[in-house]
Design a protein. Structure first.
Length: 80
């Protein structure tokens, strides 16, 4: 499964935890454990998108963004 996660993220470049969890049909907590492996290896970076609405309606999984290192693309994380 770790290789599948690597392939997906290297292809996508930047994804939210929600997108990754839905793609692999896995809970966000379980996916965080797999993502931690790639973070430890220096292949993945965790970012947090700042929601400017202040309504607290965004789930934390939507704001938790992961960026694959070495994808060759810089995709900015936008404010919601």
């Amino acid at each position: 499964m770790l290789i599948a996660v690597q392939e997906y993220l290297s292809c996508q470049g930047v994804c939210s935890l929600t997108e990754i969890s839905q793609h692999f049909n896995t809970s966000p907590d379980a996916m965080r454990g797999m993502l931690a492996h790639w973070i430890r290896k220096g292949k993945l970076m965790k970012e947090v998108s700042g929601c400017q609405k202040g309504c607290l309606s965004c789930s934390p999984e939507h704001l938790e963004i992961y960026r694959w290192q070495g994808s060759g693309r810089h995709i900015p994380v936008c404010n919601l």
